[in-house]
Design a protein around this ligand. Structure first.
Ligand SMILES: Nc1ncnc2c1ncn2[C@@H]1O[C@H](COP(=O)(O)OP(=O)(O)OP(=O)(O)O)[C@@H](O)[C@H]1O
Ligand SMILES: [Mg+2]
Length: 859
């Protein structure tokens, strides 16, 4: 016999070992080197250590997922009860009950798993990737494929993929807010001894999964992956569950509503039957079948399939959905916050010229800007790219000594450089700040002149006129330092020598104005939150034809209390020079006002707001932190795509609401009449198996609901879930359905003189027909014939009705206790169905008489 090759044990590095052991020893322990692992070793470790994901997000195996459906207490009791009746000889009914239960579960399960798989495949296409050294080269792979021993390169904007030790680092700052709650960037540095390691993630020579790189670069060796990371521990201990959204809460409340009614009805039926001395077993089965009939068991499937379908369609429109339920939030979204670059502008930033404070072109300032952009180690901003691609610049002789990395509070970056025997600090950043920090300026002939108030004002005027013409600008300044000045610090950014302005053009997007107007027409307000200055942004607004209704700058914002901010929010649609925390704050304030808020952004500075938003939207190619925080990824940076996504979100919610309204009205009414009929009939109004069969066919007819068309006007405004509205619907349309049931009772008893079996068959047919066909009335708020359903829905509904009638007429029907009713019954059936639908139509007109109701959703 060949025994399987012994699987290597998982490679585990202790949490302490990670930072306390010298780096060389750690590499030995991990059996790796600076050039990385080879493919064979990676495979071995993937097998032993598993994927690099937190356990909570892993799905259990398919079979378990399937079996877990049977955990439903109703189903268990039903199966036990039918098992008992089998023991007393009624094997046929056990087989049928079992078959019906299994078929409907399988149907449901297959639909749902297929939908989930399709969505998962899309989601993987935007998985966050890491640059890893393997087999002697650098490759980009999804971070769940990382194993201990992998050597990974990090740059600003990257997510740290796993708990790792730093091998090399340059001016590295990371955001550890997720683990420590500390919002300010923490410095990190490669080294054998760690400082600040008193708390688990404090070690200065290690970085941890769930944190992100704010600035600088690093090379790391992965030590602990998946569950073993500090984040993994956190995730499992919090039993990670996505936060409840308005929609999930609504669904839950609907479930509770139905459960309450179900319990009441089952108890009622049991009490009545037992007090009439009917057989206990039969009464129990009857009550249970009723309960099964009432349960909206397809709801999870309908929800998943509508969402998945929307996600697939959005995928074709180049929008990738990472969190499925975000689609509902999109449907309910009332406010969208967005950044400027790429949304309002083309994001094809070009350096047009470099000028001095008086507006004359100057060359030295370009050289400084170029050096600063080249030496800067953070994530290159589009402004840097524009500078670097403007002209070539000869860098020979220039050397970088140190850097003060860019951050969104200071809005500038400094590099300390050396050329020959001179050292200088080159600062580049928000121009108004650089002017403020400068004490002198370089004249055209190279002389240094003191920046007096008058000149300062001239320079500021030059800057303003740039902004008014729509040019973006960065200020450039320098400062000569001593030769022994070895490190750069923020405090060095003072008393600067002003060199000039780098002037950029980022043309406004031609389609942006129309896109914002379309959003407004769809009931969604748009606010722009940018780190850029007011004049430039105002110019962009003017170009795209959108009025600025009010402006708040970051400075002004920092002086407002939360209440004062909320007071201003409805007026202000432009926020300028705001930092990441302020973007976050505005977002929270909007949420507090009751808005469902979306946030669209692509920068490191957008990540906090993306996290907090109801719908976080980012774009392909954005900083990893932004992508990781987002629920939706746009493959094309365009506002009009968001508008389309909103339409899909609203349609999805409306389709789910069709199912819910069906279940809570007609189906509910039928079960209700059944319970009532049990009161005065000498026999059961329908056999338990017949009720289950009824339920199965009804479910099948509803499979098409996620694919149905929705009325234009029902998705014209944000759609929110409203349980009290559903309750009202239930209390009006349920009885309407019962009226016809009782009509059918008396027709069957008196007109057709039906005995037990014929009565049950007749009623089965009538309730199936009305309950299924009413979907055409309930699916729209308009007249039945004014709104065209999708062919699939029509097909499924009529097929289900046909099967129900055929089953009761064909010989197989006898297994279910059916006996063909007289031919005249079908004439009655046609008339009653038509009358029922007509009555529902009239009731609908009454129900939706308030026009506001017609466009607002419940669902
Ligand atoms: N590479 C850089 N070097 C120096 N300063 C920079 C750099 N990138 C950005 N800044 C400064 O920081 C400010 C804010 O950055 P940025 O414009 O990216 O913010 P934002 O909120 O993402 O803007 P947007 O809404 O346009 O996306 C810029 O206006 C500029 O003054
Ligand atoms: Mg940005």
């Amino acid at each position: 016999m060949i025994s399987p090759r012994n699987q290597a044990p998982p490679l585990n590095i202790g949490a302490e070992e990670l930072w306390s052991v010298p780096a060389g020893r750690l590499l030995e322990r991990l059996e790796t080197t600076a050039v990385g692992l080879d493919a064979g070793r990676v495979q071995e470790r993937l097998k032993a250590n598993g994927l690099n994901t937190a356990a909570a997000v892993k799905r259990p195996p398919l079979l378990l997922q399937f079996l877990s459906r049977f955990r439903n207490p109703l189903i268990i009791i039903l199966l036990i009860a039918s098992g008992l009746s089998a023991a007393t000889g009624d094997i046929a009914s056990f087989v049928i009950v079992f078959a019906i239960v299994t078929i409907s579960m399988t149907l449901d399960f297959v639909q749902e798993v297929r939908a989930q798989n399709a969505v998962e495949a899309l989601r993987r296409s935007v998985a966050v990737k890491a640059t890893v050294r393997r087999d002697g080269s650098s490759q980009s792979i999804p971070i769940d494929q990382l194993v201990p021993g992998d050597i990974v390169e990090l740059i600003a904007g990257d997510m740290v993929p796993a708990d790792s030790r730093l091998l090399e680092s340059r001016t590295l700052f990371v955001n550890e807010a997720l683990l420590t709650g500390e919002p300010y960037p923490a410095p990190k540095q490669a080294g054998d001894t760690a400082t600040g390691s008193e708390n688990a993630v404090g070690a200065s020579n290690a970085v941890f999964a769930g944190t992100s790189v704010i600035s600088g670069t690093a090379t790391i060796v992965v030590c602990r992956t998946g569950n073993h990371t500090a984040l993994g521990h956190l995730a499992t201990s919090l039993a990670e569950k996505p936060p409840d959204t308005a929609f999930t809460i609504g669904i839950h409340r609907f479930g509770m509503l139905i459960t309450r009614f179900t319990v009441l009805m089952v108890l009622f039926v049991l009490v009545v039957n037992i007090s009439f001395h009917r057989p206990v077993m039969e009464s129990l089965m009857f009550a249970l079948a009723l309960a099964v009939g009432l349960t909206p068991e397809l709801l999870p499937m309908i929800v998943t399939v509508t969402l998945a379908r929307a996600a697939m369609e959005l995928g074709r429109r180049k929008v990738i959905v990472k969190r499925l339920s975000a689609i509902h939030d999109l449907g309910a979204m009332t406010m969208l916050c967005t950044d400027k670059t790429g949304t309002l502008t083309e994001a094809t930033i070009r350096l047009v010229r470099v000028i001095d404070g008086f507006g004359a072109e100057t060359t030295p300032a370009f050289g400084y800007a170029y050096l600063n952009s080249r030496f800067e180690s953070g994530m290159k901003s589009p402004l840097d790219e524009a500078i670097l691609s403007a002209h070539p610049f000869d860098m020979t002789g220039w050397e970088k000594i140190d850097e003060v990395p860019f951050d969104f509070e200071r809005r500038r970056v400094s590099v300390l450089v050396e050329h020959g025997d001179q050292r200088e600090l080159i600062v580049k950043g928000a121009p108004e700040d650089l002017l403020r920090l400068s004490g002198r300026y370089a004249a055209a002939d190279g002389h240094e002149i003191v920046l007096d108030d008058a000149t300062r004002q001239t320079f500021a005027a030059t800057l303003d006129s740039l902004g008014a013409e729509g040019f973006r600008a960065l200020g450039i300044a320098t400062r000569r330092v001593e030769r022994n000045h070895a490190t750069a610090a923020i405090t060095d950014e003072a008393d600067l020598l002003f060199a000039g302005f780098a002037v950029f053009l980022d043309p406004p997007k031609a389609t942006a104005g129309a896109a914002i107007q379309a959003m407004a027409a769809a009931g969604i307000g748009v606010k722009v939150l940018t780190g850029d200055n007011e004049l430039v942004t105002r110019h962009v607004f003017a170009e795209i034809g959108i009025p600025v209704t009010g402006v708040l700058t970051g400075d002004a914002l920092s002086h407002l209390s939360d209440e004062a901010l909320i007071g201003q929010l409805s007026r202000v649609n432009l926020f300028c020079r705001v930092n990441p925390q302020q973007k976050h704050r505005v977002l929270l304030a909007l949420k507090r006002m009751g808005h469902v808020v979306g946030f669209l952004g692509d920068g490191i500075n957008d990540a906090p707001a993306l996290h907090a938003a109801d719908v976080g939207i980012s774009v392909d190619g954005a900083a990893d932190v932004a992508c990781a925080a987002a629920d939706l990824i746009l493959l094309e940076h365009d506002l009009s795509v968001v508008r389309e996504a909103v339409v899909h979100g609203r349609s999805a919610v409306q389709n789910v609401s069709k199912y819910v309204l069906m279940g809570s009205s007609s189906n509910f009414g039928n079960m209700f009449s059944m319970a009532g009929a049990a009161l005065f009939l000498p026999f059961l109004p329908m056999l338990p198996i017949q009720i289950l069969l009824n339920n199965l066919l009804y479910d099948v007819s509803e499979i098409a609901i996620p694919f149905d068309r929705v009325d234009e006007d029902s998705i014209a405004a944000p759609v929110t879930w409203n349980v009290s509205e559903i309750e009202r619907f239930m209390l009006i349309f349920g009885p309407v359905s019962s009226v016809f049931d009782f009509l059918t009772f008396s027709a069957l008893l008196h007109l057709f003189g039906a005995g037990e079996a014929v009565f049950q068959t007749g009623w089965f047919i009538e309730s199936m027909t009305t309950q299924i066909l009413v979907v055409f009335a309930i699916r729209t708020r308009h007249g039945l014939f004014r709104s065209r359903p999708r062919g699939f829905l029509v097909g499924m509904a009529f097929a289900a009705v046909a099967v129900a009638i055929a089953l009761s007429l064909l010989p197989v029907g006898r297994w279910f206790g059916f006996v063909p009713p007289p031919a005249m019954f079908f004439v009655y059936l046609a008339a009653a169905t038509a009358a029922y639908l007509a009555l529902v139509e009239v009731t609908k007109m009454y129900f939706y008489r308030d026009p506001a109701r017609r466009t607002r959703g419940y669902g």
